[in-house]
Design a protein around this ligand. Structure first.
Ligand SMILES: Cc1cc2nc3c(=O)[nH]c(=O)nc-3n(C[C@H](O)[C@H](O)[C@H](O)COP(=O)(O)OP(=O)(O)OC[C@H]3O[C@@H](n4cnc5c(N)ncnc54)[C@H](O)[C@@H]3O)c2cc1C
Ligand code: SF4
Length: 328
C-alpha cells in the first residue's frame, strides 16, 4: 500500500490567511483543493510539500456569479460535479459542462475542482508510476533523475498537459485571477501554460488561483472532443477544443482550435483559424481546418496509444468538434 509522507495540513478560512501561510511556508508549501491529483502524487513521492494548505474553506472560491450577457466567474474550488450540474453553465456555457463530464469518475468529480484541473501536473508513462518503479529506471529528468527516457539527450521534459479543461479555457479566451502576498494579477489562459513538462506553468508557486472568468456569450460557441482508451474514465490522449463566432450572414468571424493531451502545453492551431475565418462553417472549410490540426499535432510516445494514430485522430476529432458547432 502506498502511504502519504508526513506533512503539516493547514485549513485557512480567508484568502489573506491562506496566502500568508503560503508565504511563511516558502518553497515547501503547496495549495490543495480536492486532492485527487496532489495526494496520489505525494504517495508516489513525485511531490513532497512539507505544508499542504487547503483552499476548500475559502468561501469566495466556491462562488459562481454573472450571466451570459456580462460573462461569468467561477471560483477555483467549484467542483467538477457542480460545473456538470449548474443550470446557468448548462444553458449558456454548455461546452464547459460537456468537457467536465468527461473528467475522471463521478466520485472524483465530487472532490476534484476546476482550479485543480487547470493547474494539474503534466503526465508521462515514465513518471506516473510508483517510487519503486521510477527508482528501477533510475528516475527521470522530471523528478530525481537526469535523463529523459522519452527523448534521451533532450534537456527538456516532454510530459504532457493532460487536463481536459485546459484546451477549452484557452480556446474560449478565459482569464484566471491569482493572488499572493505581493498582490493580484489577471492572466489569459493562453498565457498560463509553458511548453516544458517540468516548469509547465507561468505561475509562481505562492500564487493562489481565485477564479476563472469566461467572456459573455455574444455569438460564439465552443465544443470539446476527447480521445481516451476507456470510455468510462481516462485521461485524454488527445483533446480538441473548438471556438467559433459567426456574423449575421453566418460567416466565421473568429475561430480557435486548441489541441490538448499531445505536448507539455496546449497547442493552438492558428492555421486552422485562418482556414475558417471569413467563410461559412461548411464541410470544405472544416476539412481544411482539420488538415491543419493534423499537420500541427506532433504527439510523442509517452502516453497511451501509438503516437502516429493519435496524430491521425487530431484530424478526425477536429472535424467532430467543428461539426458540433452548428449555427442554424
Ligand atoms: C483515477 C483518476 C482519473 C482522472 N481522470 C482525469 C481526466 O480524465 N481528466 C482530467 O483532466 N483529470 C483527471 N484526473 C485528475 C484530477 O482528478 C482532476 O484533474 C481534478 O480536477 C483535479 O482537481 P483537484 O481539486 O482534485 O486538484 P488537486 O489535486 O487538489 O490539485 C491539483 C494541483 O492544483 C494546485 N491547486 C489546486 N487548487 C489551487 C488553487 N486554488 N490555487 C493554486 N493552486 C491550486 C495544487 O497545488 C496541485 O498542484 C484524474 C484523477 C484520477 C485519480
Ligand atoms: S518526458 Fe522525459 S523527463 Fe519528462 S516525465 Fe517523461 S521521461 Fe521524464
Amino acid at each position: 500500500m502506498m502511504r502519504l509522507p508526513k506533512f503539516d495540513y493547514r485549513l485557512p478560512r480567508t484568502i489573506a490567511e491562506a496566502v500568508k501561510i503560503m508565504a511563511n511556508s516558502g518553497p515547501e508549501g503547496q495549495f490543495v483543493a480536492g486532492g485527487t491529483d496532489l495526494y496520489p502524487n505525494m504517495k508516489r513521492r513525485q511531490q513532497m510539500p512539507q505544508t499542504v494548505i487547503s483552499v476548500m474553506r475559502l468561501p469566495e472560491l466556491h462562488q459562481i456569479s454573472g450571466d451570459a450577457n456580462s460573462g461569468i466567474r467561477i471560483g477555483a474550488s467549484v467542483t467538477l460535479t457542480e460545473i456538470c450540474e449548474h443550470p446557468l453553465i448548462n444553458q449558456d456555457y454548455p461546452f464547459l459542462a460537456q468537457a467536465a463530464r468527461t473528467i475522471s469518475t463521478p466520485i472524483l468529480r465530487n472532490m476534484g475542482t476546476i482550479g485543480g484541473n487547470l493547474l494539474l501536473d503534466t503526465r508521462c508513462n515514465y513518471y506516473d508510476q510508483n517510487y519503486e518503479w521510477r527508482k528501477g529506471i533510475n528516475f527521470c529528468l522530471k523528478k530525481d533523475g537526469d535523463v529523459c527516457w522519452v527523448a534521451p539527450g533532450s534537456s527538456k521534459c516532454w510530459a504532457v498537459q493532460s487536463a481536459d479543461l485546459v484546451p477549452v479555457m484557452v480556446a474560449v479566451g478565459a482569464k484566471l485571477r491569482f493572488v499572493s502576498t505581493l498582490g493580484e494579477r489577471l492572466i489569459e489562459a493562453a498565457g498560463l501554460y509553458n511548453d516544458d513538462g517540468i516548469d509547465y506553468l507561468h505561475k509562481r508557486q505562492d500564487e493562489l488561483l481565485i477564479d476563472i472568468q469566461l467572456p459573455p456569450t455574444n455569438g460564439w460557441r465552443a465544443s470539446y472532443q476527447k480521445l481516451r482508451r476507456r470510455g468510462a474514465f481516462d485521461f485524454p490522449v488527445l483533446g480538441v477544443a473548438a471556438f467559433v463566432s459567426v456574423d449575421r450572414s453566418k460567416m466565421v468571424q473568429q475561430a480557435r482550435i486548441v489541441l490538448g493531451g499531445i505536448a507539455p502545453s496546449p497547442v493552438a492551431v492558428h492555421e486552422a483559424s485562418q482556414a475558417l475565418i471569413g467563410g461559412p462553417l461548411d464541410d470544405k472549410h472544416i476539412e481544411t481546418a482539420a488538415e491543419a490540426a493534423y499537420v500541427k499535432a506532433r504527439p510523442l510516445d509517452n502516453t497511451d496509444f501509438v503516437y502516429n494514430w493519435r496524430k491521425q485522430m487530431a484530424r478526425q476529432y477536429t472535424i467532430r468538434a467543428l461539426t458540433d458547432l452548428t449555427f442554424s
